[in-house]
Write a protein that binds this ligand. Structure first.
Ligand SMILES: [Fe+2]
Ligand SMILES: [Fe+2]
Length: 294
């Protein structure tokens, strides 16, 4: 089964150093610069078609139905590590930067953060688990279509910001013409807090629900990173500030740090899974129950 990772076809990003002691690789697995969808790529058309479908179908009503359905957490019981292994069955097909099993990406992200922020163990674990919601693509989780699992995310229930990739396709979204949802605030109000804003449905919001409902002890910044790591309009374009509260503003600093590692770690640097596994098992034990409801 194929998985599309956090895809976005913004223009080529100028990558900067991810932090002291962490060398940013200059090329990805294919020897190209990162997130360079401008390169003649047979994937590029697929990515645009992906966003067309996503933008048309991610309505307020759809998100509410998915949250209600998946919020039941009545599908599977398993540990965090078991979920890492389940996800590892998938190989990414549509992300131009990633051609490794998912578990490599998860551990690369976590290990790169660990190197630069050795004392923030919650951030290491956040790196490991941030993409586990991609199990939504698995038959046991309803085998959702890719547009309902991956790709950039954005708020629904208020106007779609112009900075969102392929914004033009929102014109075919029913909410686009709904006066309750197509203004700056839409269904929300100033400073309401992003926790109270519905996000397009995907692996981010699902994993956030799983972590929260299973009573993780991760700090709020960890949950914030999980829920908004594909929300590029927020952490790249600084859009939707008017919906944020003070805690969001604090947590956004961590998300911006995290995102560098999420992106840069899609590289050829290999991680010895068996060697680092005991460390991550100890973090899982610290912040999560042994078995989680999914
Ligand atoms: Fe992700
Ligand atoms: Fe990721």
């Amino acid at each position: 089964m194929a998985v599309l990772a956090d895809s976005n076809d913004n223009e080529l990003e100028q990558l900067q150093d991810g932090g002291e002691g962490f060398t940013v690789p200059e090329t990805n697995s294919f020897g190209q610069t990162f997130r360079d969808y401008g390169v003649e790529s047979e994937r590029q058309k697929g990515v645009e078609e992906f966003y067309r479908t996503q933008h048309i179908n991610q309505t307020c009503d759809f998100v509410k139905r998915m949250r209600e359905e998946y919020g039941k957490l009545n599908r599977v019981e398993m540990s965090i590590w078991e979920c890492c292994e389940l996800l590892n069955e998938f190989v990414d097909e549509s992300d131009p930067d990633l051609d490794e099993p998912q578990i490599e990406h998860l551990l690369q992200t976590a290990e790169a953060i660990r190197k630069d922020y050795p004392n923030e163990d919650w951030l290491h674990l956040t790196g490991l688990i941030h993409d586990l919601g991609k199990v939504l693509l698995h038959p046991d989780f309803g085998e959702l279509p890719q547009w309902a699992v991956v790709g950039d995310t954005f708020p629904v229930g208020c106007a779609f910001d112009e900075s969102i990739v392929h914004h033009k396709y929102f014109k075919e979204n029913p909410d686009y013409n709904n006066p309750a949802f197509n203004t700056k605030y839409g269904a929300y109000s100033e400073g309401r807090g992003l926790d109270n804003v519905l996000m397009s449905w995907g692996h981010d919001d699902y994993m956030y629900l799983v972590a929260k409902e299973n009573k993780t002890t991760l700090p709020s910044a960890g949950l914030f990173i999980i829920r908004y790591h594909s929300f590029y309009a927020l952490h790249r374009a600084d859009a939707y500030k008017h919906l944020m509260n003070e805690e969001d503003i604090e947590n956004l600093k961590w998300l911006k740090i995290f995102n560098k590692y999420d992106l840069y770690s899609k590289s050829k640097v290999r991680v010895d899974v068996e060697k680092v596994k005991p460390y991550y098992l100890s973090l899982i034990e610290k912040y999560f129950p042994e078995k989680l409801r999914w």
